[in-house]
Design a protein around this ligand. Structure first.
Ligand SMILES: NC(=O)C1=CN([C@@H]2O[C@H](COP(=O)(O)OP(=O)(O)OC[C@H]3O[C@@H](n4cnc5c(N)ncnc54)[C@H](OP(=O)(O)O)[C@@H]3O)[C@@H](O)[C@H]2O)C=CC1
Ligand SMILES: O=C(O)[C@@H]1CCC=N1
Length: 267
């Protein structure tokens, strides 16, 4: 079957993660176009993923069956300038930008365009992405977006666009919370006498193992935590200290701050 042409406006971190997922899933490089202002970045993407690159947004937009908007929210309006007239009649526009609503995208691209809002995350780069989508466009457009997302991991639909703020705060930004935890665990392991390499390996493999248990076990996170925590043991000592230092409140406030920031970006 003929593959869709998937074009990206912006070839940064998140675009690369989706491109890697698509390529790993067998999508042809010749059917992926990327527009990106920086020559060095274009060269990198072309050499690494064998995709087509351009400095001209209109050129890649014109070719697209699916057009992924992958610039920062603040860069979006200028990046879309003049693109509306270039789009195919049945194009699916997938915006991955935090905050920017479908109605604002319609203002910038016109009412006739079918828009799917998506919040992916960077683990798409290794096929372990988590994405959520919202759209009131036809089913075909949602399925096209899901084709991209499912090449990169899991994908779910949300019923209300307003839920995208919470999604962004959990799974969009979420990898950074776990990376921070790994950074702190590694640095502390080094302080306790381990080599950098060993401390990194212990933190990373532990994160992977915990993540696999969370996704594969039918137990809740709380139950899995209890399994590790022997009464009066080492884990109990760690968790008591973490609670005492306010870790749960810090995480809760952080997630709420991310959701609020997404709402601000919408404004
Ligand atoms: N990173 C993440 O984990 C996630 C990001 N997102 C969303 O993805 C989007 C992109 O984020 P991210 O990949 O991190 O950002 P990046 O800054 O890495 O990527 C954006 C890219 O777009 C380029 N660009 C800027 N202006 C234009 C333009 N007018 N036309 C074409 N390309 C342009 C930038 O070039 P230059 O550097 O020269 O400005 C940059 O290479 C954001 O809207 C973000 O909200 C969503 C989920 C997760
Ligand atoms: O930090 C950001 O704004 C983007 C959106 C979610 C993850 N990265």
């Amino acid at each position: 079957m003929q593959q869709l042409t998937i074009s990206f406006i912006g070839g940064g971190n998140m675009a690369e993660a989706l491109i890697a997922g698509l390529r790993n899933a067998g999508h042809e490089g010749a059917k992926i176009w990327v527009s990106e202002p920086q020559q060095a970045r274009r060269d990198f993407l072309m050499q690494t993923y064998a995709v087509k690159v351009s400095a001209d947004n209109a050129e890649v937009a014109k070719a697209a069956d699916v057009l992924v908007l992958a610039v920062k929210p603040q860069q979006m309006k200028p990046a879309l300038n003049g693109l509306s007239a270039e789009l195919k009649a049945d194009v699916t526009v997938v915006s991955i930008a935090a905050g920017i609503s479908s109605s604002v995208l319609h203002e910038w691209l016109g009412d006739r365009v079918s828009i799917v809002r998506v919040m992916p995350n960077t683990p798409a780069l290794v096929g372990a992405g988590m994405s959520a989508l919202y759209s009131d466009a036809d089913e075909l457009h949602k399925q096209r977006a899901e084709y991209v997302l499912k090449a990169c991991g899991e994908s779910v639909r949300v019923e209300r666009e307003s839920q995208m703020h919470a999604v962004t705060a959990l799974s969009g930004s979420g990898p950074a919370y776990f990376f921070l935890m790994a950074e702190i665990m590694k640095a502390t392991g080094v302080k306790l006498g381990l080599s950098e390499e060993l401390a990194s390996q212990l933190a990373a493999q532990t994160a992977l193992g915990a993540g696999k248990m969370l996704t594969e076990s039918d137990r809740t996170a709380e139950q899995l935590r209890h399994q590790v925590t022997s009464p009066g043991g080492t884990t109990q000592a760690a968790l008591d200290e973490m609670y005492e230092m306010g870790l749960p409140a810090a995480v809760r406030k952080g997630v709420i701050a991310a959701s609020k920031r997404s709402e601000e970006l919408a404004g």
